[in-house]
Write a protein that binds this ligand. Sequence first.
Ligand code: PNS
Length: 160
Amino acid sequence: MIALYPGSFDPITFGHLDIIERASRLFSKVIVAVLKNPNKTPLFSPEQRQAQISLSVAHLKNVEVDTFSGLTVAYARQRGAKVIVRGLRVLSDFDVELQMAHTNKLLAPELETLFLATASEHSFVSSSLVKEVAKLGGPIDHLVPPPVVQDLRERFPLAG
Ligand code: PNS
């Protein structure tokens, strides 16, 4: 069964990577899909994010990385995915995630959303927090995979 893990991934963190690794053990194939969102100004382009994720999941043979625009359910249908995977870190994630899951269920009743609890050691990590720490010169190598550390250091020369 194919699972889709959609998101912004600006950039991918160890929390996301934990979800990808665990989903890759549950499904025959996992497609990690970076949303091209015209309403947001990301730090990294969708293609840069796709490259960062591809390098970070190179050890996982059943994981593919792509970009997409439009509705997640439309992309899931197009790719033959039956499950949408999302990570839950803390209770406050739940509100918006449940809203998205219900919306997606209404739009595509045949798809299921599967929530995985992010590993506790990564449950405080977010892409925004990583960007702030990098910008302000803090150490980031415990938060994001090596390809992202490199890109953040290029972008923010102060980053540790
Ligand atoms: O990493 P994020 O920003 O929490 O991911 C959110 C994402 C990309 C999964 C969500 O915004 C999404 O699915 N956007 C695509 C548009 C869509 O399908 N909207 C309706 C369902 S909520």
